[in-house]
Design a protein around this ligand. Sequence first.
Ligand SMILES: [Zn+2]
Length: 207
Amino acid sequence: MKKYGKISKKSPPLKRRKPSKRSAPAAKKTGWAQALLKAVWPQERDFMERPERYRYVRKLLPDTGCVFCSAAEEGAGPDSLVLAMSRNVMVLMNKYPYNTGHLLILPRAHTGELWKLSDAVSAEISGWLKVAAKILTDELGCAGLNLGMNHGAVAGAGIPDHLHWHIVPRWGGDTNFFPLIAETKVLPQTLEQTYERLRPHFAEIKL
Ligand SMILES: [Zn+2]
């Protein structure tokens, strides 16, 4: 059995990938062929493998648990940003919104696989999506909405282990150059202000 006890002072020497046959003779090529090789296989240069570091990196990452499950435990309120909770589902404001009023609809159960949801939970989620769409349209006066889910990390889910549907209000001309060049979205309201506006509407709903 492999032991991962003490850190050996004699760390194995750094391994560098041997230049492949593809990239080595590329230097001799000229013009478009050289440019294409560099563009398609840029990662073949200066690649460093240190697999023995992995277990130390993992220890450095804090185990903070699931933020959605923590919010569910906390219940509705401006601190948790939970707007509503029903038997199996909750409505949460996104802490990092793409736009004002960006909400998340999610099952209270911690799962990242859509097919694990029962029909009852799926119906409850569908109900909340409709309610949220109506409240956002009426209260915030948005002209449209983006609704959807990223299933799995490779599809772009930030928290892939706990399913969540996004619902993002849209107004005409609400995108500008800022998100493109600075990865920063300017919102006209704070999260707290939006929460205060939306909470009374959601509190009325019984699903
Ligand atoms: Zn969770």
